[in-house]
Design a protein around this ligand. Structure first.
Ligand code: SAM
Length: 201
């Protein structure tokens, strides 16, 4: 059982995580083309907080995670809410065979820093998007190692924006932009969260 499996049942009890997902959803919605019939893929969806906040913005959302505990909680929430256009799947986008579907948008929140191979994640995000599709990544700016105080084994200590932009461009993305979408405040410190938006040609 992974750390995320154990934390899944209590995940939504933290109002800060709920608020963070809502704020990031608002920013993604503001950057999405106003076009009906778009499909979305969330990578590292956890209990689905971000996709629930975006439920009216896509005709169909595929929600991917590697934690069975998270996926169990998510499946119960989808059933309770009767969301027929949500499909949860167990998928590590950086390593597993890609599903056959292609998407108009792919997005993640606080997941990229847990994925060892950033370049593989970016490359395969490009492969799974339709031409002109958008990638949204919300994650930690570079931090000094003080963010995870709960024993979580994090892989990257956030990201330096210029470096991530170069990696996204090397993976074939264009029009890469960054904004500060949210600030996590804990232990008397501030941890800015960026939102990267990039387009696949
Ligand atoms: C910090 S949690 C964020 C969950 C959710 N996005 C949120 O903001 O509430 C990171 C999530 O990424 C998932 N994850 C970690 N590595 C992954 C990978 N390689 N592929 C897909 N999901 C992954 C974890 O299981 C966990 O649910």
């Amino acid at each position: 059982m992974t750390d995320f499996d154990q934390r899944a049942k209590d995940w939504d009890n933290d109002p800060k995580k709920v608020e963070r997902a809502r704020v990031v959803a608002d920013a993604i919605r503001a950057a999405l083309p106003k076009r009906p019939g778009q499909t979305g893929l969330e990578v590292g969806c956890g209990t689905g907080l971000l996709s629930f906040a975006l439920q009216n913005d896509f005709i169909h959302i595929t929600l991917a995670d590697t934690s069975e505990g998270m996926l169990e909680v998510l499946a119960a929430k989808i059933a309770d809410a009767g969301l027929g256009h949500f499909s949860p799947i167990r998928l590590d986008l950086a390593r597993d065979p890609l599903p056959a579907s292609r998407f108009d948008a792919a997005y993640s929140l606080m997941t990229l820093h847990h994925i060892p191979d950033t370049d593989a994640f970016l490359r395969r995000s490009g492969e799974i998007l339709n031409p002109g599709g958008l990638l949204f990544i919300a994650d930690l700016d570079a931090e000094d190692g003080t963010f995870h105080t709960d024993g979580t084994i994090d892989v990257h200590l956030g990201f330096e924006r210029g470096d991530l932009q170069r990696r996204a461009e090397a993976a074939g993305f264009h029009d890469v932009s960054f904004s500060t979408v949210y600030v996590i405040r804990k232990n008397g410190r501030e941890y800015p969260i960026f939102l990267l938006v990039a387009r696949k040609n």
